[in-house]
Design a protein around this ligand. Structure first.
Ligand SMILES: [Zn+2]
Length: 232
């Protein structure tokens, strides 16, 4: 296999790989990824809080209904004509009235608690929405900065790609095909020189049978890192 041209091609392509790697590790880019995660988390949290608020409000409605009917029950007891009732009945009604009053106090307490929780949920919700909006605004800022960095690198990448196109003419089609496939699989460098009995990329020691195949065919795909190992 004629590797001279592809090795020259790979050298230039390596510069593109490095530029792309730098861009991928650009701090603005990392910040964007972080902020978009924050925005997503805030969205999930705000919809959870919305559900929570809904269920508290429903519980409050039920409670208000119970309070109203308990009050009415107490008032009905007082409306009864005392003169027409026996002493026992009057005592029974008074005891019931006391219970109703106690009950109302408990229900009121519960209502106050619910009002406190709904306020807390609403405060959390507002905070979450604020976080979301801030994350979005910041994302836009960092995205613009990243786009500018990417744009600044682009002419250099274009220039290198032009060089690649001219070298590609000298590369045999079958070699180019292998190269492009590996490159698409993010394997780089694609072609590596053997380092003694080891793969030149991942340093894995080659088996005796792999070594004899390498001697015989002059190239070998590394079982570990999938690079193509060659010998001089
Ligand atoms: Zn390897």
């Amino acid at each position: 296999m004629q590797l001279e041209a592809i090795l020259e091609y790979q050298k230039i392509d390596g510069q593109i790989v490095n530029l792309e790697k730098d861009l991928a590790q650009n701090p603005y880019k990392l910040k964007c990824t972080q902020l978009s995660q924050t925005a997503k988390d805030s969205q999930v949290k705000s919809s959870q809080l919305e559900q929570q608020a809904g269920s508290i409000l429903r519980e409050m409605d039920e409670l208000k209904k119970t309070i109203a009917s308990t009050k009415k029950h107490g008032e009905d007891l007082l409306k009864k004509n005392v003169e027409s009732l026996s002493v026992d009945k009057i005592n029974e009604n008074l005891a019931t009235k006391d219970k109703v009053v106690q009950n109302l106090a408990l229900l009121d307490k519960r209502l106050t608690k619910l009002a406190e929780s709904i306020n807390q949920v609403l405060a959390d919700y507002n905070k979450t929405v604020k976080n979301y909006n801030e994350a979005k605004a910041q994302y836009q800022k960092y995205k613009t900065a990243y786009d500018e960095a990417a744009l600044a690198v682009q002419p250099k990448i274009d220039e290198l790609k032009l060089k690649l196109a001219s070298i590609a003419k000298k590369v045999p089609a079958d070699v180019m095909e292998i190269y492009n496939k590996k490159r698409a699989d993010k394997i780089f460098p694609v072609f590596v020189k053997a380092m003694g009995n080891n793969c030149g990329r991942c340093r894995m020691e080659l088996s005796a049978s792999a070594l004899s195949k390498l001697k015989r065919e002059n190239i070998l795909v590394c079982e570990n890192c999938r690079s193509v190992i060659y010998q001089d």
